[in-house]
Design a protein around this ligand. Structure first.
Ligand SMILES: [Zn+2]
Length: 357
């Protein structure tokens, strides 16, 4: 590990790839040059101690009218309910997904050894040791996968190591929650028969199953079938912020039981008790969620799941260069270096080692 006091930060979720393969959703920018756009680029990662994480491939809805992040309630709203977007066409979803995957593989090639797409736990620890950015290829939703799971086999061979069963919309396998505040995550049906087959196939191949965005019923259906730790890459505690996207105490307890993990999301709307999308939100709100989860289910089961480049960050954090401030806030709150190592990377490494083949 690095010899100075800097801890390598491995993170559960970022959306930086979208700025490359979906430039319309943001300003197209180079990943290799420092800019003020978004939250992540390579120079800012290095400055913030960001050692890697889950790089999401996301397929936006075809229409500009539905859902996050196109339309958002205004920052003063204390209650909102976004409509659940329609499901996607398989051919369209696959085309965009392949664009997203290609953008990550091109980054890896252009990085001249600074970024590596990680396929095993040993590759992950080696990258952390050598200060190579460790990128896990993640799909945020299973829309690009056919019900026969042919594409899953191919995507796995190509490098897919983490799959969100659903984003916040229905698909052939599962359904996600609408963005609603306040609201329970119990918003709709669980896994379909094809969804159950998908969970078993992920277990067989060694693909991490991400339960972020899924309905509570989908969470429990997966918990009943899956043999691997339950993982939610980017969410918070529902007891502290009653958003549909956050986890109830019962869900947290099941994650502990399975030796799983929660990556705490930094999106202000999933942190604040009042759910407002207000950037003027203190860093202590992130600490509050980490603290709650650590106290309820143990420090071994909590980590970061920033949602950089996909959400509204607290102003104090700003972007990935604010991570040392967050680590300092945790130290000030009583977290020692052992605890910080668990939160920053050790917990993720343990769970990935147990999950991947
Ligand atoms: Zn998300």
């Amino acid at each position: 590990m690095p010899i100075d006091h800097k801890l390598p930060i491995f993170d559960g979720h970022n959306d930086v790839l979208q700025s490359i393969y979906l430039p319309k959703t943001g300003k197209a920018r180079s990943f290799f040059e420092r800019t003020a756009e978004g939250h992540i680029d390579l120079p800012r990662m290095r400055e913030g101690g960001f050692a890697g994480g889950f790089f999401a491939v996301f397929v936006p809805s075809n229409s500009s009218t539905d859902g996050f992040p196109g339309a958002r309630p205004d920052s003063a709203a204390t209650a909102y309910e976004m409509p659940l977007p329609a499901s996607l066409d398989l051919t369209y979803a696959r085309e965009i997904t392949i664009k997203g995957m290609a953008s990550l593989f091109r980054l890896e090639a252009e990085s001249e050894g600074q970024i590596k797409v990680i396929r095993t736990a040993d590759e992950l620890t080696a990258a952390l040791d050598r200060e190579v950015i460790a990128a896990v290829l993640h799909f945020e939703g299973a829309e690009a996968i056919d019900p026969h799971l042919d594409a899953l086999e191919v995507f796995y061979q190509t490098g897919l190591r983490s799959l969100g069963l659903a984003w916040s919309r229905p698909n052939a396998f599962a359904q996600g929650v609408p963005f609603k505040f306040p609201g329970s995550p119990d918003t709709g049906p669980g896994l379909s028969d094809a969804g159950r087959q998908l969970v078993k196939a992920c277990n067989r191949l060694g693909i991490l199953i991400d339960l972020a965005h899924i309905t509570e019923q989908g969470f429990w259906d997966t918990a009943g079938i899956s043999h691997t730790p339950l993982v939610v890459t980017h969410a918070g505690a529902h007891a502290l912020c009653p958003s549909t996207r956050n986890l109830t105490d019962k869900q947290l307890d099941a994650i502990k039981e399975s030796d799983g993990i929660v990556g705490v999301n930094f999106h202000v709307g999933f942190l604040r008790q009042d759910g407002r999308l207000e950037p003027d939100t203190p860093l202590s709100e992130i600490v509050r969620h980490i603290d709650y989860i650590a106290q309820r289910i143990g420090i071994e089961h909590v980590a970061f799941g920033s949602d950089f480049d996909g959400a509204i960050m607290p102003l104090d954090l700003g972007d990935v260069t604010g991570m040392p401030k967050l680590l300092q806030a945790l130290r000030d709150h009583g977290y020692d270096e052992d605890a910080l190592r668990k939160i920053t990377y050790e917990n993720w490494v343990r769970v990935l080692r147990k999950t991947w083949k």
